[in-house]
Design a protein around this ligand. Structure first.
Ligand SMILES: Cc1cc2nc3c(=O)[nH]c(=O)nc-3n(C[C@H](O)[C@H](O)[C@H](O)COP(=O)(O)O)c2cc1C
Length: 482
């Protein structure tokens, strides 16, 4: 079961021995980063950390909260995250009930869907304290790395509405503090918050924005989930939790945001204003991303609980907490990839490849050129289109096992024949391309090659021991003293 609020999640983490409280006085400027970085690089991702004694601030900072497989599963309330994807799969491909009895059996499922719809409440914990004249610097917003352009909110749910359709988007984008009442919103060109901004600009409208920290335990994650533009992230969270996300209407804006959040910053972007300098920022590539132009947000109010917890994450040289957020996305979206491409057995986006540098995918190969068909399809699918290298393997290769991946990639690929260099949209954070956001891509066919694919020799057999010998040794194994 997911938790109703971040503070309930923290209590559960403490009960499970998954939280460390730090009472030593530390500064949110650089010092806590050094602690978080060391902890998140411990085997298994280390523990969640609550910094309770911050130099200059009463409000504690919570970090590395989602930074392990166990905590990510606890936050979403599932032992197997693929189950979330299968749930979505069933919504996309409902089995049509044929008999009255079958129809009756479907009723609980329909109810679950209904229960997933966000619910608006009148009174919200997050509005216990309302500060219309709020100064953002009253919050313990950290500066992560020495050359960062300033302080950054790094784990905020950035909520906007499509100015035409009214459909909500929630994106996890970093936000730079420019002044006590001004922020810069780093929604990259491929992201939906950015689409809302450009739509508002073309319509000559202001765009209201809310930035929420905390709420029901899946919420900080759902902003990072690459959902299609028509899907409301809070509906998705409701499907995950099988109960609605509670929302409340803003005090100074017409947007709704999570009622159980810890802190919300309300405001707007005026697209008639000039874009501002944003960055540099030490990013999840392990490099600083340079200064670029992004919209300025004006803060109209800050609301929070009486004793709020400030939720924070850092990115930097992997692995960091985002390894586990990315892993959740990888697992949840596997069934949806299979919905479009049933031949896909599994895929893996390694955190060391910053999720967008490598995609290893295994397929059930059935026809010549099948590897290319899958690679092209993936490159046309949402944010998978930003992948730089796609390597396609036979079904029996475990794409999560780097030893198997390198073994099969090295042995099965003739670079002159099996590597296709092409071009396309590239992640904005990639610094290797000549142009930001556009550059080369590599498709590698590491499957067994067929005659129809131009292979002229006899493909060799993989070494395997006979079944009889295996069984004999299995039976003797415990006696061998090994
Ligand atoms: C810790 C973390 C920080 C992120 N920061 C940014 C960011 O600053 N800008 C951005 O465009 N995407 C960022 N992302 C990726 C987006 O959250 C992700 O692409 C998400 O799907 C965007 O939602 P959207 O498709 O609704 O725009 C970040 C992801 C994580 C896990």
């Amino acid at each position: 079961m997911a938790f109703k609020s971040l503070r309930n999640f923290v209590k559960a983490l403490e009960r499970e021995g998954e939280l460390v409280r730090i009472q030593e006085k530390l500064s949110p400027i650089l010092e806590i980063t050094e602690v978080i970085d060391r902890v998140s690089k411990m085997p298994g991702g280390g523990k969640a950390i609550l910094f309770e004694n911050l130099d200059g601030y009463e409000i504690p900072i919570l970090a590395n909260t989602y930074g392990s497989y166990k905590r990510m599963k606890m936050a979403l309330g599932y032992d197997n995250l693929e189950d979330i994807g299968w749930k979505l799969y069933r919504i996309l491909r409902p089995e049509v009930p044929k008999t009255f009895l079958e129809k009756l059996k479907r009723l609980p499922e329909l109810k679950k869907m209904n229960d997933a719809i966000p619910k608006t409440v009148g009174k919200a914990p997050v509005q216990e304290v309302v500060n219309r004249d709020g100064d953002i610097l009253s919050l313990p917003i950290p500066q992560c790395w020495p050359l960062d352009g300033g302080r950054y909110i790094t784990f905020g749910q950035v909520i906007t509405q499509d100015p035409e359709s009214g459909i909500r988007n929630v994106g996890l984008y970093r936000i730079q503090v420019l002044s006590p009442k001004e922020l810069a919103l780093h929604w990259q060109i491929h992201k939906h918050g950015n689409h809302h901004y450009w739509k508002a600009k073309s319509l000559g409208k202001k765009l209201e924005v809310a930035i929420a920290l905390g709420g029901e335990s899946p919420l900080p994650y759902v902003g990072s989930a690459p959902l299609p533009p028509e899907v409301d992230e809070y509906l998705f969270a409701g499907i995950v939790m099988e109960r609605p996300v509670e929302l409340v209407k803003g005090i100074t804006i017409d947007l709704e945001y999570p009622a159980n959040a810890e802190i919300v910053i309300e405001g707007y972007v005026d697209p008639s204003e000039e874009l501002v300098d944003e960055g540099p920022f030490g990013d999840h590539t392990g490099y600083y991303t340079p200064v670029d132009k992004y919209p300025k947000m004006h803060v109209t109010a800050i609301v929070h609980r009486k004793n709020p917890i400030y939720l924070h994450t850092i990115v930097g040289i992997p692995p960091q907490e985002d390894k586990y957020l990315g892993w959740a996305t990888e697992r949840i979206f596997l069934p949806l990839i299979k919905f479009n491409l049933p031949e896909v057995v599994d895929y893996h986006l390694p955190a060391e490849g910053c999720f967008h540098n490598f995609c290893f995918v295994s397929i059930d190969k059935r026809f010549p050129g099948h590897a290319y068909k899958v690679a092209y399809a993936l490159l046309g699918m949402g944010l998978m289109s930003l992948e730089k290298t796609i390597v396609v393997f036979d079904s029996w290769i475990d794409v999560h096992d780097i030893e198997q991946v390198l073994w099969a990639w090295g042995n099965n690929v003739d670079p002159a024949r099996d590597v296709l260099i092409t071009k396309g949209a590239i992640d904005v954070l990639d610094h290797a391309t000549n142009e930001m956001g556009f550059g080369g891509k590599m498709i590698v066919d590491a499957t067994t090659k067929w005659k129809e694919e131009g292979y002229t020799r006899e493909w060799p057999q993989v070494i395997e021991m006979s079944k009889e010998v295996k069984e004999k040794i299995d039976a003797l194994w415990n006696k061998l003293g090994i």
